[in-house]
Design a protein around this ligand. Structure first.
Ligand code: 13P
Length: 390
C-alpha cells in the first residue's frame, strides 16, 4: 500500500537535498510510463493531474486508474491535483483520491491569492491533505510554446513569501524565479539569489513549475536551494510526439501502431529526470520516513422505524447525494441485508480519504442537517464504527 503522505515525502527530500518528480499525466500511457520509471529507478514519485488538461481525459476515470497504479506500486507514491481552478476543484480532487492539492490563485493580487488559498488550506487540512500554494506568476501553458505565454513573469519576493506562508498555512510553496511553463527557445535565466533568500526564510519544501527546458546545472542549483518538487510535463509530451511522428513516417497502421514505443519514450525521459534530481534509489528511505496514506471506512448498520419502505428509499437516495459532496468523502455505498432476518437490515459504508475526515465530516453542516432531520429520528437502533483501513 505505497500511497504515502506527500508532506512526509517532500520533507524527506528537503532535508536530504534532492527533489521528487511531479510528472503530469494525460493518458494511461503516461501513467504506466511514470510508474515504470519510478519502479525501475526505485524512486518516490508524484502522479500529477492538471486541471488545464481535463479537456483531454475524464478526470474521474483517470483518477480511478491513478489510485489503482499507486496502490499496487512498490515505491512510495502521492497523487496531486495540479493547478486546480477553484475550491470546488480541490474538493473534487480529494474526493476522487488526490493526497495533495494545489489551487493556483497566483494571477490574483496578493490579498486575493491569500484569501483563496487560505480557504483551500482550511478545507484540505480538515481532510488530512497537504496544500501547495503559488506566489508570483509562472506564465505559460504546459505542452505549448512558452513564447505564446499569457502575461509576464512576476517574481516571488522573500518578504511576501514569508507573509504568504504565515497567512495561508500552505505546506509547500511554488515560487517564480524565472521558469516558464511549456516549450522554450533558449535557456531561461533563473534568479538563484532570490531562491536562496526564500529558502532561508521559509524552511519548507519549495516547488518549481515549468521544469521543461532547464539545464542539468540549473536543476542541481535549484535543488541545492531548497527545491524538493519539480513539475514536469512538456518534455514528456514531446518525447511521445516524436515517437508518434516516427511511426507515421514508418507507415505504422492504426492507433496501436501509432502508439508503439510511446510508453518507453516517456519512461526514458522520466528516468533521466529522476536520476538527475537525486530521487533514484530513495524509495526504501521514504517508505520508512513517510506515514502510509490510510483511508477510513465509516460503517453504520441500522434498522428503520416509523417510515415506510418508499420513504426509507427516498431518504437513502437523498443521503447518498448530500453526503458524497462533503469534503473528504471518497465514496458512499448503501445496502440491504441479504438475509431478511439479519439483526440489522440496512448499511451505510462511507469511505473517508483520511482519519482527519471523521471529525470534519461529523461537524459539516450538510451532515449535521441530514443526520438530525432525516436519519437519527428514524434510526435509533444502530451501530456506527470507524475502521482505519490496512
Ligand atoms: P513544463 O510543461 O514546462 O514541464 O511544466 C510543467 C508544470 O509546471 C506543471 O505544473
Amino acid at each position: 500500500m505505497p500511497l504515502v503522505h506527500m508532506k512526509d515525502m517532500l520533507t524527506h527530500a528537503h532535508e536530504n537535498g534532492y527533489a521528487i518528480a511531479a510528472f503530469d499525466l494525460v493518458s494511461l500511457h503516461f501513467l504506466e510510463a511514470i510508474m515504470q520509471a519510478a519502479e525501475e529507478t526505485e524512486a518516490p514519485v508524484i502522479l500529477s493531474l492538471a486541471e488545464s488538461h481535463f479537456d483531454y481525459f475524464d478526470f474521474e476515470l483517470a483518477m480511478a486508474a491513478t489510485v489503482a497504479a499507486a496502490r499496487r506500486a512498490s515505491v512510495p507514491v502521492a497523487i496531486h491535483l495540479d493547478h486546480g481552478h477553484s475550491l470546488d476543484s480541490a474538493v473534487r480532487g480529494i474526493n476522487l483520491g488526490c493526497t495533495g492539492v494545489m489551487v493556483d490563485a497566483s494571477h490574483h493580487p496578493f490579498d486575493e491569492n491569500v484569501r483563496i488559498t487560505r480557504e483551500v488550506v482550511d478545507m484540505a487540512h480538515a481532510c488530512g491533505v497537504p496544500v501547495e500554494g503559488e506566489l508570483g506568476y509562472v506564465p505559460g501553458v504546459e505542452g505549448e510554446d512558452a513564447e505564446r505565454h499569457p502575461g509576464e513573469i512576476a517574481y516571488t519576493t522573500p518578504e511576501e513569501a514569508e507573509r504568504f506562508v504565515a497567512e495561508t498555512g500552505v505546506d509547500f510553496l511554488a515560487v517564480s524565479i524565472g521558469t516558464v511553463h511549456g516549450r522554450m527557445k533558449g535557456e531561461p535565466r533563473l534568479d538563484f539569489e532570490r531562491l536562496a533568500a526564500i529558502n532561508e526564510r521559509l524552511g519548507i519544501p519549495l516547488v518549481i513549475h515549468g521544469g521543461t527546458g532547464l539545464s542539468d546545472e540549473q536543476f542541481r542549483r535549484l535543488i541545492a536551494h531548497g527545491v524538493s518538487k519539480i513539475n514536469y510535463y512538456t518534455a514528456l509530451s514531446d518525447a511521445a510526439a516524436r515517437i508518434i511522428a516516427a511511426n507515421v513516417r514508418d507507415n505504422a497502421q492504426g492507433y496501436t501502431g501509432l502508439m508503439k514505443g510511446v510508453r518507453r519514450a516517456i519512461a526514458e525521459e522520466c528516468i533521466r529526470c529522476i536520476r538527475l534530481w537525486g530521487s533514484a534509489g530513495r524509495a526504501g528511505e521514504v517508505l520508512k520516513a513517510a506515514q502510509p496514506w490510510r483511508e477510513v471506512e465509516h460503517l453504520i448498520i441500522y434498522n428503520v422505524e416509523g417510515i415506510d419502505e418508499e420513504e426509507t428509499r427516498r431518504r437513502i437516495e437523498e443521503g447518498r447525494k448530500v453526503l458524497s459532496r462533503i469534503p473528504g468523502v471518497r465514496r458512499v455505498d448503501t445496502g440491504t441485508a441479504v438475509r431478511p432476518d439479519a439483526r440489522y437490515r440496512h448499511a451505510w459504508l462511507i469511505r473517508f480519504a483520511h482519519e482527519e475526515v471523521i471529525a470534519s465530516y461529523r461537524d459539516h453542516p450538510d451532515h449535521v442537517r441530514y443526520a438530525d432531520e432525516k436519519f437519527r429520528p428514524v434510526a435509533a437502533d444502530r451501530i456506527s464504527i470507524d475502521y482505519l483501513l490496512d
